[in-house]
Design a protein around this ligand. Structure first.
Ligand code: AMP
Length: 533
């Protein structure tokens, strides 16, 4: 074993080639098929000119082929970059330019997006595009270097290349405060460290039937995928069209899932719309969540209804790979206002609560949360400045080259050593489970001529979105004060989940004594409006 992510699949294919690795709708792939197809596609990538370390952009919706594409990129010793194809083209273009791919893999509806990127030369003319499906009839309107019909011409027994666990496996782009999404580089060893802890802690085994709910550009999806393959279990990617709470509940029941893992907003949405049946989901052994606070009242609801399952809170940022700490809730909480701890560090990780001088704060006191350990990313893709701001040398004596990651989260330890999440130090929020820098929305708005000044704030809401995005703005003229027009202009620049849901046109934005926009007053204003609504 060489410690690479794709080794999980190779090992299963050698032992249990006929076991089912993934099921999505009518499509199912055994470990043997997954191994063969990803080897074949890897050979095509090498033939198309991919060199070790090159990026392969995956411009496709979640699909079995996309997962074959990921494995193939790794087997060509490349870095894959899953693209959120539901984002506006302008934002995708910034991500693709930054990733600077050697090959693009695409299929289905995302083909037209690739056509646009080629036409506007965001993708260099002549850059090879590989299709993950066959073209029996009409082509996509641009030359395709290979399609799925070519796969069989390639050897399926072996990958063309191997690699090193310290090499970058994937780039995951997250919202950036200055307007440009930032690419978090994740090496094989980062993911393997978490997967190995998780498979042992949760006792994942071949009979497990595991949900794949988050989109592939979210780091949580890498847990579903690689923990499944590591254990030889079966992955059930949730189709992007399975959106409604009832459909999600039906997905769990009909596929007899044993593990459900999603962001809390999805669990809240399901609970609020009655999609968690009393004594339902009898096959479920584990419910896991990560990415934001799960309201305790919602957890109580789930725990009462799905009594046989265990419930675990996972905490961690993309930069520290999937999750760095965990807390399994042993009993149904009695107090719905008591927060659930983010718990203790997973094996190989460390949580540090530090003050402004990077000294540890005593239990009970609030400080900034830093993470050290095996999950820490080497940094942001081609961005030394942001990397050195967020990833710092470990200040403790005897730690050598070790780095710590500054999460921007506030936390405290209690006397039992359990950590609690207490909010953010900056203007990053989570809305519907998506990580959003409010600065990215402001940067897009400030580029609009209709706006003189604006501020975007997050306000806790009673709805399932968790935090609602609210925009106060001063329009250039009376005619520019129409939020609907601004919203549709913004929709060309930002994904739907980043669009403010509440708007307020003001003659002037409130300022504090330093002359800065008074965001606290704006939050109070929107919060009062929402509680009256
Ligand atoms: P992401 O990179 O999308 O995973 O977002 C990371 C951020 O999400 C963290 O820095 C926290 O602010 C928040 N977060 C992640 N997990 C949790 C959790 N279990 N509870 C509260 N906040 C969380």
């Amino acid at each position: 074993m060489s410690g690479l992510l794709q080794d999980y699949v190779t090992a299963q294919a050698e032992r249990r080639a006929d076991a089912v690795a993934l099921v999505m709708g009518e499509r199912r792939l055994t470990y043997g098929e997954l191994e063969r197809l990803s080897n074949q596609l890897a050979h095509l990538l090498v033939e198309a000119g991919c060199r070790p370390g090159d990026r392969v952009c995956l411009c496709t919706e979640k699909s079995p082929q996309a997962i074959v594409g990921m494995l193939a990129a790794l087997k060509a010793r490349c870095t894959y970059v899953p693209i959120d194809v539901a984002s506006p083209t302008a934002r995708i273009a910034r991500i693709v330019r930054s990733a600077d791919p050697a090959v693009v893999l695409t299929m289905g509806a995302a083909m037209s997006l690739v056509g646009e990127l080629l036409a506007s030369e965001v993708l260099a003319p002549g850059l090879p595009v590989g299709a993950l499906e066959r073209f029996p009839g009409e082509g996509p309107g641009f030359p395709v270097a290979f399609d799925a019909a070519d796969w069989d011409s390639q050897p399926g027994e072996r990958a063309p290349r191997t690699g090193d666990p310290q090499e970058i496996a994937h780039l995951l782009f997250t919202s950036g405060s200055t307007g440009d999404p930032k690419g978090v580089a994740i090496i094989h060893a980062n993911v393997r460290a978490f997967v190995e802890w998780a498979v042992e802690y949760f006792g994942t085994e071949p009979g497990d039937r595991i949900s794949g709910h988050p989109p592939l550009h979210f780091d949580l999806s890498t847990f579903d995928i690689y923990a499944t393959f590591s254990a030889g279990a079966t992955l059930f990617p949730v189709p992007p069209s399975t959106l409604l709470p009832g459909q999600l509940g039906e997905f769990i029941s009909s596929n007899q899932l044993t593990q459900w893992f999603s962001v809390p907003s999805t669990m809240t949405y399901m609970a609020k719309f009655g999609a968690v049946p009393e004594r339902g989901f009898p096959s479920l052994k584990r419910v896991l969540w990560c990415g934001e606070v799960l309201p305790t009242a919602i957890l109580i609801d789930w725990m009462k209804r799905i009594a046989q399952a265990s419930f675990t809170n996972l905490y961690g940022p993309t930069e520290a790979t999937i999750a760095s700490s965990f807390y399994t809730v042993e009993e149904i909480p009695r107090d719905e206002t008591a927060p659930i701890p983010i718990g203790t560090a997973c094996a190989g990780e460390e949580l540090l609560v530090l003050d402004g001088e990077c000294n540890p704060v005593p239990p009970g006191e609030i400080g900034e949360l830093y993470i050290a350990g095996a999950g820490i990313s080497p940094g942001y893709w081609r961005d030394e400045r942001r990397t050195s701001e967020a990833f710092r040398p470990d200040p403790r004596p005897g730690r050598g080259e070790q780095r710590i990651y500054r999460t921007g989260d506030l936390a405290r330890f209690d006397r039992d050593g359990l950590a609690y999440f207490l909010g953010r130090t900056d203007s990053q929020i989570k809305s519907r489970g998506y990580r959003i820098e409010l600065g990215e929305i402001e940067a897009a708005l400030n580029a609009r001529p209709e706006i003189v000044e604006c501020a975007v704030v997050g306000v806790e809401s009673a709805g399932f979105e968790g935090t609602s995005i609210c925009c106060a703005f001063r329009p250039a003229s009376e005619a520019d004060s129409n939020p609907a027009a601004l919203r549709s202009a913004l929709a060309a620049l930002l994904p739907t989940y980043m669009l403010p849901s509440h708007w307020r046109s003001l003659e002037a934005l409130p300022k504090n004594v330093n002359g800065k926009i008074d965001r606290r007053r704006l939050r109070e204003m929107f919060s009062a409006e929402q509680s009256q609504a």
